[in-house]
Design a protein. Structure first.
Length: 135
């Protein structure tokens, strides 16, 4: 292969997996300060291109500062937030656990009765087959 073919192939390969960028609060503050200092036409666009950012990043970061100050610029954990179990949730869990214990005991009794029926049938000389078992 030629050097030119290697260069074309390596430039067109897709990376294994894209990774989400995470920006620190200090980085966000620095970019916001630099963006606020941009006064001439085209400076803000040049800043965004240089940093590889979108204008929506600035919008979101500015809104976060307005809502909760610098603390809101810290990277947030993604996904649904875990909520603490309420009293109603705990009562429902307890109720389901009681019902589960009751149904397990009932199933064990039913299995014991089936075993007893098999033993009685065997003593009487008429063993039960799988077809005779109640479903």
């Amino acid at each position: 292969m030629t050097i030119q073919a290697d260069a074309v192939r390596s430039s067109t390969e897709v990376p294994e997996k894209a990774r989400r960028r995470r920006f620190t609060a200090e980085y966000k503050q620095r970019i916001l300060r630099e963006a606020d200092a941009c006064t001439k036409p085209g400076e803000l666009g040049a800043l965004l291109r240089r940093e590889g950012l979108y204008s929506s990043n600035l919008t979101v970061w500015r809104a976060a500062v307005r809502e909760g100050g610098q603390k809101r610029l810290e990277p947030q954990k993604r996904g649904p937030q875990a909520r603490p179990a309420t009293r109603r949730d705990r009562n429902r869990i307890e109720q389901l656990e009681r019902e589960n214990r009751r149904l397990k005991a009932r199933a064990e009794r039913a299995e014991a009765l089936v075993d007893l029926q098999k033993k009685v049938a065997a003593l009487l000389g008429k063993p039960l087959t799988d077809e005779d078992e109640p479903s």
